[in-house]
Design a protein around this ligand. Structure first.
Ligand SMILES: [Zn+2]
Length: 247
């Protein structure tokens, strides 16, 4: 899960510098990772072992030059989650407007969709869905879907929960509106037997180097700090030693 990809140092810990993002793409390509959209990931039964779905939340304008074009150049794919009230405007929830809060335009979204990128919804106004009534949730999910379908002339079958927040009613609303899948912000692998309305992702933070990315791809966890790694390998090693002693 990526967010903004600005050329300048990110104003949010959830965005990553453009140059660093480019290094991530180069790493994935060099190491044989196949990229796909979330829809294809759910549909396909025989994907290469090293398959990853890159996603971008919110719809920041800097994604166009610093993520979409590099992905296209490398023949890679991704899925974008767009907050429809903010198309061509600023992300209202990000505070003071700046180049880093500027959002993708209708023209850019059409171009990205036509080039094979997947576009999903991120609601209309980026609310915490769990604080809204059932009807309000339905409206946020349904209106944003219609706006995107009208704009792109394609079916919009998935969305991502803003702030990763949802409740039981969000799942019912999503089903009633006709979404097939939704991405949460809980970390982990995508398992086919899991509820497709609660797809797990791994968060990429501003300082994540390619070494961190590599560890996140192995552990599917947001925390791949050395402390955790040492604990993990320590337990494995201990298990191995005990096994050797008893056999
Ligand atoms: Zn968001």
């Amino acid at each position: 899960m990526y967010h903004g990809t600005p050329k300048h140092p990110p104003i949010s810990n959830y965005s990553i510098p453009a140059a660093q993002f480019y290094r991530h793409l180069t790493y994935l390509k060099k190491n044989g990772w196949h990229t796909t959209s979330i829809s294809d990931l759910l549909k396909s039964s025989n994907l290469p072992d090293k398959t990853v779905a890159l996603t971008f939340d919110d719809g920041y304008a800097d994604n166009y030059e610093n993520a979409f074009l590099p992905l296209l150049e490398k023949n890679m794919k991704a899925t974008w989650f767009i907050t429809t009230d903010c198309i061509g405007r600023h992300a209202k929830w990000m505070g003071q407007p700046s180049s880093q809060t500027q959002m993708l335009t209708t023209g850019q979204l059409r171009e990205m969709s036509a080039a094979g990128m997947e576009i999903g919804s991120h609601t209309c106004s980026h609310p915490d869905l769990s604080t809204l009534s059932f009807q309000q949730q339905k409206q946020e999910l349904s209106k944003s879907q219609h706006v995107l379908e009208d704009l792109l002339q394609t079916f919009v079958t998935g969305f991502a929960y803003p702030y990763g927040r949802y409740n039981e009613e969000s799942l019912t609303a999503a089903k009633e509106v006709g979404y097939h899948w939704a991405c949460s912000t809980r970390s982990g692998w995508l398992h086919k037997e899991q509820n497709p309305l609660l797809i797990r992702r791994v968060t990429i933070f501003a300082g994540d180097t390619t070494a961190v990315l590599a560890r996140k791809l192995i552990f599917a966890d947001n925390d791949v700090g050395w402390k955790k790694m040492v604990a993990y390998y320590g337990t494995r090693l201990k298990g191995k030693c005990l096994k050797n002693l008893t056999t």
